[in-house]
Design a protein around this ligand. Sequence first.
Ligand code: URP
Ligand code: ZN
Ligand code: ZN
Length: 516
Amino acid sequence: TILCPIPHALADHPAHQFPLLIIHRQCPNQGGTVVNAEYSVVADVLIRDEIIVAVKPNIQLTGGMQVLDATGKLVMPGGIDPHTHLDMPFMGQVSCDDFASGQRAALAGGTTMHIDFVLPVEHDLLAGLEAWRKKARHGVMDYGFHMAVTSWSNKVSRDMATVAAQGINSFKFFMAYKGSFMVEDDALLRGMERCAALGALAQVHAENGAAVAWGQERVAARGVTAPHGHALSRPAALEDEATGRAIRLAGLAGARLYVVHVMSGGAADEIAAARRHGQRVVGETVISALALTEDSMWDSNFTVAAAHVMSPPIRSTAHRASVRQALAGGVLQIVGTDHAVFNSTQKAAGKEDFRAIPNGVNGIEERLHVVWETMVNSGASTPSDFVRATSTAAARAFNIYPRKGSVAPGSDADVIVLDPSVRHVISAATHHSAVDVNVYEGMEVTGKVVLTLSRGRLVWDGTNLNVTAGSGRFIPMPLFQSSRPDDLGAVVPGTAPTCPSGHRVKHADTQRVATL
Ligand code: URP
Ligand code: ZN
Ligand code: ZN
């Protein structure tokens, strides 16, 4: 029985007017389904004070309960986008979604938490963290931070511990962007070693930066100025090589590794081999790798072509198929976006030279829909796989599960309702991001997020947003046990032999991270 249908206006749903019941049945044995990464069940979800307090069939309705009808729909944990760059200074521009506009877009697409990359200010981690805290002040949803490490010194090493103590358990190293963010292998190794000692996750942007710079020079010398020069100058081999190198260095340093934005089949193969050998490597791909192809960079319209410039580049149809396969088969576990948006005038900085086009594409709003269409509607993945890839695996990887990533008693009430029957078309005309183009323009999707609850507040009803500036909350991500052999709780020295290929052989599970 539906006691109170979904109101037409969000204003009828003021914050915290709860308990709130998401009900799944109009009559017994008919209705929607709670989908978690491990199981699906027809059940009601009871929310009180921002927390899910019960998930079970036929919860008794009492006075004062608000009821949202999810009949025929799927009730899932809100998405976690582990890879965003809001308000980021980069390549002479600042990405044009700030925390307010980017997070509004996220909520409209069913993502209820994102993890943004803090960039050091002049290589100073603490100054970077301070700057990012200010940027996030006007946020409207939960967020966390990764910390980029762009140089190496004793101070950086010390500051990593300070940063970690403030709820950041992942450090990212750029193997590309020579002359700005890139670190050489010695800094990378030392940084990975420090991650291992702290119990943090080492992340890499895996491209051979020296070879990219060489490739860019070569392509430009041949007179190529247009956006497709970007694709020509940094082929998949450079991503594959860097991924393999990062894996081997992480094995040496004893660090758990997280490879961000895997775009090539070869990089996925490197991760598969490492995991086969028992090495702890998490592979993240992004929706642009799942849905797009490099052909757009050859578009004769500069605005369209430049909009598709990101690094590593969007690749061929064959790579797209390989990345989809790797995700479906579990070689890659997580789908992010790398949402880093620059509007057409910003992208025009590279009108005469592809090397000056600020790198980045949109996706924070489109992610769930693109994954649903490319993976679930195609038959490659199940709805539970979808939940795992868009939410649960990230919550596990960053040590915030089951607070996030689950529709279960005790979890934060970050919940979405997806109607698998609603067909819609992605467009810049209707998206909520501040960017003026959309790389998924015209993509048809069957399946739409029709409700988003952020910590129990109904913030998106499928048409309208109702958010409060400043309501976003920083979610601290605790460190794991150290994975250094000589640190507390880790493996006994000598029990982590190396196989002939150089991959570390699987040893005792001392980490919570990843049954990924
Ligand atoms: O093109 C991209 N990916 N821009 C954002 C920075 C990065 O490399 O993640
Ligand atoms: Zn990157
Ligand atoms: Zn990125």
